[in-house]
Structures are given as structure tokens and as C-alpha cells.
Design a binder for this molecule. Structure first.
Ligand code: LLP
Length: 421
């Protein structure tokens, strides 16, 4: 459920009419709903309420500081994968003790900065990384809290580009090797083992792969305790999918996911950490664009928008489906026709939808891409010298620009001529 509904035939973000925002900030833009972000965060905290837990929002899905502060002020932790994300979390007022640091390639500079700034735990993905963290922590005279990310060799049954839990993926330490690597970690002076971490992929629409992975984590936790390690936290990663169309199979609900976690891991006495991104941010955002031209082609018609693949990469990158709706509601029975919905970028891949049944839109009409909050703005680029588009946050009847559209002067000022030109 989200808070983007038609009121009086006009699409609104909570209490604000989308055309009102478009008139002020221009198109295209992203708009996020505070009520939807809050609601989805709370679904997780409620689902895990019988257990000690921390919901660490995966910043990579939507990293605007205003969004992070909205969630951080509710008590959310953050999952970061770079020092840039760490600094965003801190800028949003989230203390280091609520930030976990994931990722296969943390640099030494990133590790040092996180240790100096304060960190809840590093989720470590390799033996060389373990040694690097221990060395840096020792030099700083501290012990770094760590969990090992184990690779459970489970098929997440999602898009190949976003599955991470199979043995052939670059992620984590093979679970069969985990006991030996934990022994090495315990022997390193700069480390304090606190838990086990797992993340098997994104946009999972079935609980079975999660459960298979969590049962392996359970078994490992019992073995590690026998080996003398103090395992007090289990970080279960993110990955719960969202419905991208009204009609597809509804993915499991957070409450079902939470019940499964309690069933599989609840008796271990561990604090449960989860790292959801998409389920919190995905349906909390729209991408709003304008029709530039309606073009008749050979046997097909094109809706050419002012948004493109550089603004929302998911359709061209993963063949992802996003519902595209008119901002002015069409009445039941109004005529529709199939359109190829495309952007202005000079690639055929700049196609949002093929043969999509849409109302008969005209130049200047506004459309909204649903479920665009996650992996939308964060994956945008300036390809074709198209400026990054603004982000807007709505809260009830108010809205605010939370990232401005840069001017071309600002963009051009970043390019420098070398002395010989
Ligand atoms: N934790 C770790 C270690 C991750 O790698 C990810 C996502 C998450 C948590 C959050 O997963 P979520 O709850 O959002 O599924 N760009 C792709 C998705 C990439 C996901 C990468 N890792 C897309 O647009 O579908």
C-alpha cells in the first residue's frame, strides 16, 4: 500500500497534487512519500517486535539525506556499502552504533574512516578483508566488531544480476569454510566477533530461499558457539520483494517474513538485524515525467517522454516492469492504445515499456512511474549530458525539494581544461 492516490481525478502524493509539484520544480522529478516510507519501515519493526532487532535500511536503494533522516528519526539503523553512504547516514543524524558496513571491496581508507567515526559492525566478505580490518583497528588501538557474511549456496530465484547467494557469486565466504575463517578471525588481535551475516539477493518473491539460508545460518551459529565464539547478532540481509504490477503474484508480507525468522532463529537468543531497501523505499517513490511528443511509427506509436534511461535505469538494465500511469486519471471506458514508452536518449535500450496499453496521451501530459523509489534516483547518471533530476519529499500537505536540479553552469564548471588547451 502506498500514499499515491487519485483525488478528484488528479494523482496526489499524500495531500499534494502532482501537477502542483511539476509546476514548481519542472519535470522530470522523483517524489517520495513520508507516510509510505514510515509505514513500510514500521511493518518490519512490528514483524520483528517479539525479538530484539534492528532494521537497517539499505541506503543503496535510496540515499537522499532527508529520506535517511525520516527513517533514522524513527530509530532505523542503516546498511552502508561505501564511505559515501556512511557519511550520508551520519549527516542524517544516525549514530555509528546503528550503522553496519557491508560490501566486498571496502578500502583501507573506508575501514579507517568508519572505525574512527564509530560503527556497529563490519560485515566481512573475505579473509584478506579480515586481516585488513584487524591491522587498521590494531593501529588505532581498538577492536573492530565483525560478522562474517557467509554464502549459503542457495538459489534466490530472482534476476541473475541481483542474486548473490550462490557459490559462483562474488559475495561472502563459502559456508563450508566459515568455521575455519571464524577461527582465524578470533585469533586476530584487532577483531571482536559479534555475529553472522547473510544476504542472498534482491526482489525475492518467495520465502523458501530465505528459510533455506536461515536454517544454514542457524546450524552454523550452533557450531560456532560450540567452537567458543560469542554469536550475539544475526544479520539476515535484505531482499524481500515488492509487487511491481497490480496483477503479479504478491510477494510475501513482512509479517510472514518476520514469523518465519522467529520460527527458524527465534530461540537462539540473538539480536536480529535485517537490511531491507526496496520494500521500504520502492513503493514510496514515483518518477514523474512529461510527454514531449507522440510519434507514429511503422505499426507502432511512441510516447516520447522527457525522462530517460539515465534517470531510471531499471527497465533497460533488468527489463524491469514499472507501471506507468497518467497523472490525470482516465475514466473507465476511455479509449486506450498500445504505446512504446521511450526516452530521448540515443539508444534503443532507452525504452521503458513496449506495447504498453495507455490512454491517448498528448504532448505536455504528465505520467508517473510507480514503484520508482528504490534503485531509481540512486542509479541515475548524466548520460547524454542530462542533469540529475530533482528529488521531492512530501509530508501530508507539504512538499520540499530535497535535491535540486543542477544548473548547466554548475555542470560545466566541473569540467576543467588542461594547461595546453
Ligand atoms: N543488503 C545487502 C548486502 C545488499 O547487497 C542489498 C542489495 C540489500 C541489503 C538490500 O536489498 P533489497 O532489500 O533492496 O532487495 N539495482 C537492483 C537491486 C540491487 C540490489 C543490491 N543489493 C534493482 O534495481 O533491482
Amino acid at each position: 500500500m502506498d500514499h499515491f492516490l487519485y483525488q478528484g481525478g488528479i494523482l496526489h502524493a499524500e495531500g499534494v497534487a502532482i501537477p502542483e509539484i511539476a509546476a514548481q520544480v519542472g519535470t522530470p522529478f522523483y517524489v517520495y512519500s513520508t507516510a509510505t516510507l514510515t509505514r513500510h519501515y514500521r511493518l518490519f519493526t512490528e514483524a520483528l517486535s517479539p525479538l530484539p532487532h534492528l532494521v537497517c535500511f539499505a541506503i543503496k536503494s535510496l540515499s537522499n539525506v532527508a529520506v535517511l533522516k525520516t527513517l533514522g528519526d524513527l530509530g532505523a539503523g542503516m546498511d552502508v556499502v561505501s564511505i559515501g553512504e556512511y557519511l550520508r547516514a551520519r549527516a542524517a543524524g544516525v549514530p555509528g552504533e546503528r550503522i553496519v558496513f557491508s560490501g566486498v571491496g571496502k578500502t583501507r581508507a573506508e575501514i579507517r574512516a568508519a572505525l574512527e567515526g564509530g560503527i556497529r559492525q563490519f560485515n566481512v566478505e573475505s579473509e584478506p578483508e579480515l586481516r585488513a580490518i584487524s591491522d587498521i583497528a590494531t593501529a588505532l588501538g581498538v577492536q573492530a566488531p565483525i560478522a562474517l557474511r557467509v554464502n549459503p549456496d542457495v538459489d534466490a530465484k530472482t534476476h541473475a544480476k541481483i542474486a548473490t547467494g550462490k557459490s559462483e557469486n562474488k559475495f561472502g565466504i563459502p559456508i563450508a569454510k566459515a568455521r575455519a575463517v571464524y577461527a582465524e578471525a578470533a585469533a586476530l588481535p584487532g577483531l571482536r566477533v559479534v555475529g553472522v551475516d547473510v544476504h542472498i539477493g534482491s526482489q525475492l518473491t518467495d520465502l523458501a530461499p530465505f528459510e533455506a539460508a536461515f536454517l544454514k545460518v542457524r546450524e552454523l551459529t550452533l557450531q560456532l558457539r560450540e567452537d567458543g565464539h560469542q554469536i550475539t547478532r544475526l544479520d539476515l540481509g535484505g531482499g524481500l520483494g515488492i509487487p511491481y504490477t497490480g496483477s503479479n503474484d504478491a510477494p510475501p508480507l513482512p509479517v510472514e517474513y518476520g514469523a518465519m525468522i522467529q520460527r527458524t532463529l527465534g530461540d537462539l537468543g540473538c539480536e536480529i538485524e535485517i537490511e531491507p531497501g526496496r520494500l521500504i523505499s520502492g513503493n514510496s517513490g514515483l518518477l514523474v515525467a512529461q510527454v514531449v511528443y507522440v510519434k507514429s511509427g511503422e505499426g507502432r506509436d511512441f510516447l516520447i517522454l522527457d525522462a530517460a534511461m539515465n534517470d531510471l535505469a531499471r527497465p533497460s538494465m533488468y527489463d524491469a516492469h514499472h507501471d506507468i500511469v497518467p497523472v490525470v486519471e482516465s475514466a473507465p471506458g476511455d479509449p486506450t492504445q498500445p504505446f512504446d514508452v521511450v526516452g530521448p536518449v540515443c539508444e534503443t535500450g532507452d525504452t521503458f515499456a513496449r506495447g504498453r496499453e495507455m490512454p491517448l496521451l498528448a504532448e505536455g501530459d504528465l505520467v508517473a512511474f510507480r514503484s520508482a523509489g528504490a534503485y531509481g534516483a540512486v542509479m541515475a547518471s548524466e548520460y547524454n549530458s542530462r542533469p540529475l533530476i530533482p528529488e521531492v519529499l512530501v509530508n501530508g500537505d507539504h512538499f520540499a525539494v530535497i535535491r535540486e536540479r543542477p544548473t548547466f553552469d554548475e555542470i560545466l564548471a566541473r569540467d576543467k581544461l588542461p594547461f595546453w588547451l
